[in-house]
Design a protein around this ligand. Structure first.
Ligand code: SF4
Length: 250
């Protein structure tokens, strides 16, 4: 017994007391800041592997960005990445960061569907679908429910069947051979249900956007409730996004 108590004392707190305010230690690329410094725009645009950067004026689309950091390394006076992990939003255009934009990315409470707060505000069960994913976002979704991040404390869990779920979480670019499975899973989820896209590949197709093996027509048919950027998305981005979507009644 004494030995067990010693171990507990030695390990300290294993969980993050408040995942909405904690600071990320070490290297992490979160929300970028773009200055108005003049740079060679052609060179800047060409170095981006996913065409996430657009010109006149310079903007970065976090739905396409792989957070590789090349732009910030080549043009450190123009682009810097903060450690702000609150990147999730319910509106696609909020993921586009322009010169001088320093405000936090948020869920717009005005455009959240009413039934989300009403029905899913206290308990949210999600079915995850890896639609051609590379297992990176899937691992981060797993991590969101580990002992450190402990998303379950907010009543948010993953379930085995879409029949028991309140929504689906899609990772990966949605490959042709997974397109039907995504549709079947969505159809099997009872109303009201939400769609969450986690990671660059799910939001925009990422580096696979022009691949003949991808079929993203599912997303043309339905309203997406939450975009969670990252490549892969950080557990804190996932947790804060889901909490903002379901809990904040401003
Ligand atoms: S960090 Fe994003 S915007 Fe910059 S080069 Fe990489 S993918 Fe492009």
């Amino acid at each position: 017994m004494l030995n067990n108590l010693k171990i507990v004392y030695h390990q300290g707190k294993q969980y993050i007391p408040d995942p909405t305010t904690v600071e990320v230690p070490g290297i992490f690329r979160g929300r970028p800041i773009i200055s108005d410094v003049k740079v060679n725009e052609t060179e800047l645009l060409e170095l981006c592997p996913t065409e996430a950067i657009s010109a006149n004026p310079i903007k970065i689309d976090l739905g396409k960005c792989t957070f590789c950091g090349e732009c910030a390394m080549r043009f450190p006076g123009k682009i810097t990445f903060t450690k702000d992990y609150k990147l999730s939003t319910n509106e696609r255009n909020r993921l586009i960061i322009g010169e001088g934009d320093e405000k936090q990315i948020e869920v717009n409470p005005e455009t959240v569907r009413k039934e989300i707060h009403k029905v899913l505000g206290r308990s949210l069960k999600l079915r995850q679908i890896s639609a051609g994913g590379d297992n990176s976002c899937e691992m981060e979704l797993n991590a969101a429910n580990n002992v450190q991040f402990d998303m379950s404390r907010y009543g948010i869990d993953f379930v085995a069947s879409p029949r028991h779920a309140d929504g689906i979480v899609i990772t990966g670019p949605i490959t042709k051979n997974m397109a039907e499975a995504v549709q079947i899973c969505y159809d099997a989820t009872p109303e009201p249900k939400i769609i969450v896209l986690v990671g660059t590949d799910a939001i925009s197709g990422g580096i696979f956007v022009d691949s003949a093996a991808v079929d993203r027509s599912f997303l043309d048919k339905y309203h997406v409730d939450l975009y969670v950027p990252g490549n892969p998305a950080h557990p804190l981005t996932i947790i804060n996004g889901l909490l903002d979507l379901t809990r904040k009644l401003k």
